[in-house]
Design a protein around this ligand. Structure first.
Ligand code: 13P
Length: 340
């Protein structure tokens, strides 16, 4: 393991005003999103969509790294240029999702454990040879009456730590993603309490598995009220709850935190990230960035609808969201940024 190389990559991913673009939807998830819009669920359509994303003019101005899926990292542009080369030429660091999905956790009804550790060392070596410099693993924590259980939190935290250690051994920066889901009627306070408990467990296991904190990134949820909770806090209240929770649980050695969007609207995701950067500008040890999928891609996907003639307007919409989130990193996102 070359620790300095890991540290340099981790820092590069959250440097300046850029952030990550998650475009690592599994075939199943991608097909579900296509089906909703009447787009054919074929390899050719998925390839065309991913080509649209990575050839968006100016994308590299706002995006430092793109997270690919196994199918996507092996694909090429129509002219035969490998996707990995297209990204590198645009100044974007290629990354790869390496978990194999969240499965039912035995003995824990309604809870999930993320799988993918078996054979991971070999898969990481292959991805590194293909040009990936960082990886992602997502754990899912469901909130409910008596959920999450300690068993679910511990099992997922340990898997995240074992994944992270294997990534660093292979020279890839691990993006560690424990997602406390937004779905449900729970309050913001309940989300804060669980997010803190989960993050403390995750960093405990990262420490136990000897993960170099300087050479990793955290990809957490924002601290939010449940999507069906009657009380929805303001943007500033969400920003304060989120950063205060992270300050209690995330060591200062971690170079950056890149949030997932989790089903928030594009505008709210940008506004909340912006408020965190405005309100905690001089009171946080790590960069506060983004690693959004839906909150960058969704408008573009809806415009594209699988039509060649819609590629340019879809790319403009994607670039717009990327720019809005770059502005949010600087604390400069506002209604005017949204209009331009
Ligand atoms: P969303 O931003 O759509 O939540 O996706 C982030 C992600 O990468 C989920 O693993």
């Amino acid at each position: 393991m070359n620790a300095q190389k890991l540290i340099d990559t981790a820092r590069a991913l959250v440097a300046g005003d850029k952030g990550l673009l998650a475009m690592d939807e599994s075939t199943l998830t991608c097909n579900k999103r296509f089906a909703r819009l009447g787009i054919p669920q074929t390899e050719a359509a998925r390839r065309a969509y991913r080509e649209l994303i990575i050839t968006t003019p100016g994308l590299g101005e706002c995006i430092s790294g793109a997270i690919l899926y196994d199918e996507t990292i092996r694909q090429q542009e129509q002219d035969g240029t490998p996707f990995v080369k297209v990204l590198v030429d645009a100044g974007i660091i290629p990354g790869i999702k390496v978990d194999t999905g969240a499965k039912d956790l035995a003995g824990h009804p309604e809870e999930k454990i993320t799988e993918g550790l078996d054979g991971l060392r070999d898969r990481l070596a292959e991805y590194a040879r293909m040009g990936a410099r960082f990886a992602k693993w997502r754990a899912v924590i469901t909130l409910g009456d008596r959920l999450p259980s300690r068993g679910c939190i511990e099992a997922n935290a340990q898997a995240l730590a074992r994944y992270a250690a294997l990534c660093q051994e292979a020279g890839l920066v691990p993006v560690v993603e424990p997602e406390v889901l937004m779905e449900g009627a729970h309050t913001l306070e309940r989300c804060r309490e669980v997010t803190e408990e989960v993050l403390l467990a995750v960093f405990n296991h990262l420490y136990t598995q000897r993960v170099t904190l300087e050479g990793m990134l955290l990809k957490p949820n924002m601290v939010l009220p449940g999507s069906t909770c009657p009380e929805q806090e303001t943007v500033d209240e969400v920003a304060d709850a989120t950063v205060k929770c992270l300050l209690r649980a995330v060591p200062a050695a971690v170079p950056g935190i890149a949030f997932l969007s989790g089903g928030q609207s594009c505008e709210l995701a940008s506004a909340r990230l912006n408020a965190m950067n405005v309100r905690f500008q001089s009171r946080r040890p790590w960069a506060l960035a983004f690693s959004f999928a839906r909150a960058i891609q969704q408008p573009a996907l809806e415009i594209w609808q699988g039509q060649k003639a819609h590629v340019l307007p879809a790319q403009r919409a994607l670039y717009h969201r990327a720019r809005c989130n770059r502005a949010a990193r600087l604390g400069e996102y506002n209604a005017t940024a949204e209009m331009t």
